[in-house]
Ligand binder design. Structure first.
Ligand SMILES: [Zn+2]
Length: 382
């Protein structure tokens, strides 16, 4: 009997709707929640187990024993039908997790779907209200400690503020439409950590926050996405909202340690943390620095941008590559050939894409700053 049940399950797994995890889309799910009636991947199965067996009853397709009634529940529902049931009102701004996304995003998506059943009810969730306030732990600019700070997001004036003291002026006011928010659990060593980047006075500023509760940080993330989506629809009424929603909070294209050569011929290589945020390549001494040491705008290839392998001096270890911009060459060295290849490929890919209107705005802000800097420097030298 057990064998027949297993064979039925294996047949079910071959259906197109079951080739991918019902929650994150990972290939080849091998687990199931038999009361919900879905096939899921190992990671999502762990999230389901955390919901408690009164919400989700998890079993392995291959390692556990199944009875006929349980198999019947899988037959009756399945991933497609469950999607119709649990994902009726998913807001356009909501970031549905993919297999490579961070744990907190998957866990909250699963909780929102099956525990809170947020997408069944047409009621507006908190992050769609255009106003949100609450407390987040924010990393100090001058020291490494995290402090509890009040944050206020207000869509009507396109702002995200934070306060050091409640009744005083905000410490910082950011334009929501111009910021990016990315989860960064590894960098901060906290499961619910988020990095917010924005351009201030011509240079990128990074702030690092986390919430004690995964639900809170995901609500802030979705509130930022919702406000950005609405702002974009006002600024570009002709654009397709579905397309806009895909690019609200783009993941960093690549990050990692590299050695960077100083600008003068005798300069040595220094270890730097590189973050590629869309077309901005920032280099930092420490991944959690509030300001990068420098940043390079990666333009279009036809305007004097290129990247290629570079033969390092015999004394220098590693695998080199050179990034050419109209103003200057940058030489980097990576630890492995694979890293070198990945950096060259990702930079080339960006250079092959012509600039969008927003890219041009970013370029203008950063370049302007560079000119100010060089003219000041020039004045000092004179
Ligand atoms: Zn999954």
């Amino acid at each position: 009997m057990a064998e027949i049940n297993r064979r039925t399950l294996v047949q079910l797994l071959k259906l197109p709707e079951h080739l991918y995890c019902a929650d994150c889309g990972a290939e080849g799910p091998k687990w199931a929640s038999y009361n919900i009636g879905i096939f899921i991947c190992t990671e999502c199965a762990a999230c389901h187990r955390n919901l408690g067996s009164h919400i989700s009853k998890v079993k392995s397709v291959f390692m556990d024993n199944w009875d006929l009634a349980q198999v019947q529940m899988m037959k009756d529902m399945g991933n497609d039908k469950a999607k119709e049931k649990y994902q009726v009102h998913v807001p356009l701004c909501y970031k549905r997790p993919c297999p490579t996304d961070v744990q907190v995003l998957k866990e909250q998506w699963i909780q929102a779907k099956y525990l809170r059943q947020e997408f069944i009810l047409p009621e507006k969730p908190i992050y769609l209200k255009g106003f949100m306030e609450g407390y987040l732990w924010k990393r100090g600019k001058e020291n490494e400690k995290f402090h509890l700070r009040k944050f206020v997001l207000n869509e009507s004036d396109d702002s995200l503020r934070y306060y050091v003291k409640e009744n005083k002026e905000p410490k910082l006011v950011m334009k929501v439409s111009e910021l990016n928010a990315v989860f960064c659990p590894m960098k901060v060593d906290h499961a619910n950590a988020m990095q917010i980047t924005f351009v201030k006075d011509g240079t990128t500023r990074n702030i690092f926050v986390y919430a004690d509760d995964g639900k809170d940080i995901v609500n802030w993330y979705m509130a930022i996405r919702s406000a950005k989506l609405n702002q974009m629809q006002i600024a570009f009424p002709e654009s397709d909202p579905n397309e806009v929603a895909k690019h609200l909070t783009p993941e960093f294209l690549k990050e990692g340690w590299l050695r960077k050569k100083g600008p003068r011929s005798g300069d040595t290589y220094r270890l730097r943390w590189l973050t590629l945020d869309n077309r901005r390549l920032m280099y930092l001494t420490n991944p959690l620095d509030p300001y990068p040491k420098g940043e390079i705008f990666i333009g279009y290839k036809e305007n004097g941008f290129s990247v290629d392998k570079y033969i390092l001096d015999v004394k220098q270890v590693g695998f080199g590559f050179i990034l050419e911009t109209p103003e200057r060459s940058f030489i980097f060295s990576s630890d492995s050939e694979e890293e070198q290849k990945e950096w060259i490929e990702v930079l080339q890919k960006i250079m092959n894409q012509p600039l969008t209107v927003q890219d041009k705005n970013t370029a203008a802000i950063i370049v302007q700053k560079r000119h100010t800097f060089s003219s000041q420097f020039h004045a000092l030298k004179v």
